[in-house]
Ligand binder design. Structure first.
Ligand SMILES: O=C(O)c1ccccc1NCC(=O)[C@H](O)[C@H](O)COP(=O)(O)O
Length: 248
């Protein structure tokens, strides 16, 4: 594990001692349906991420809602919100704002290690990372709270673990959590294996152009998760999804 992630996990344990843990059981929004509908409209299905770290500052009140609405207008099929505060400068309030501001399914992207975190806030999907979490228990907890787990894997062993634990949506992260290096070849190697066993596959990290997005789609991705490149240059999202291309 990279020292940065060890630091995030220690800070998470401390913070959770006093966290609130309740939310309304509203109807969940369906990511798979939203991605299929994007493809039918000729778009590349992108889960667009709100990632304050990419712009090196926390968001102002109201900004997460503005970004979420913009992402929806540029063809996103889902919104991911980084809620981890220590390194990623995220917040639960951004998650709640983003979900109130669009009709898209919203993913809570964080380093979830215990069930208290799952009940901190309403999302439609919650990220569980196989290498840091007891996913066998937490998958059930996420579903019991009316949400769906997006289970992140980095190699074939983790993919087997996710499938055996009952995951149906897997994220294959092109970013290595030990070195933090990004290699799109990781999805190309694992994506087809995940699809062959019937999983819905999300190619996570490292996509910064339409060409790279097409590369992930050609490798069998059902959806892409993109953060840094579109936070730095939001206009890029329409180019990647294809909304801009259809408009011209
Ligand atoms: O993004 C990081 O620097 C990072 C560092 C350590 C652990 C996780 C990290 N990112 C989380 C993510 O997986 C990404 O935010 C997400 O997949 C989008 O990736 P990108 O398009 O490369 O921002």
């Amino acid at each position: 594990m990279h020292p940065l992630i060890e630091g995030i996990l220690s800070a998470t344990e401390l913070r959770m001692a006093g966290a609130k843990q309740s939310f309304d059981h509203l109807k969940s929004r369906d990511l798979v349906g939203s991605a299929i509908s994007a493809r039918r409209r000729g778009l590349i299905p992108v889960i667009a991420e709100i990632k304050p770290r990419a712009i090196s500052r926390p968001l102002r009140a109201g900004e997460a809602g503005e970004i979420a609405r913009f992402y929806e207008s540029r063809g996103a099929c889902g919104i991911s919100v980084l809620t981890e505060p220590t390194y990623f400068l995220g917040s639960i309030s951004s998650l709640e704002e983003a979900r109130r501001s669009t009709s898209l399914p919203v993913l809570r992207k964080d380093f979830i290690i215990n069930r208290k975190q799952i009940r901190e806030a309403r999302a439609d999907l919650v990220l569980l990372i196989v290498s840091i979490a007891d996913i066998e228990d937490l998958i059930e907890d996420v579903r019991a709270a009316g949400m769906e787990p997006l289970v992140e894997v980095h190699d074939e062993h983790e993919l087997d673990r996710a499938a055996n634990a009952g995951a149906t949506i897997v994220g294959i992260n092109n970013r290595d959590l030990i070195t933090l290096e990004v290699d799109l070849g990781r999805f190309e190697a694992l994506g087809p294996i995940a699809r062959d066993i019937g999983l819905f596959t999300v190619a996570e990290s490292g996509v910064s152009s339409r060409e790279e997005a097409l590369r992930m789609m050609n490798a069998g991705a059902d959806a892409l998760l993109i953060g840094n490149s579109i936070m730095k240059n939001p206009a890029l999202l329409g180019e990647i999804t294809g909304v801009d291309i259809k408009a011209t």
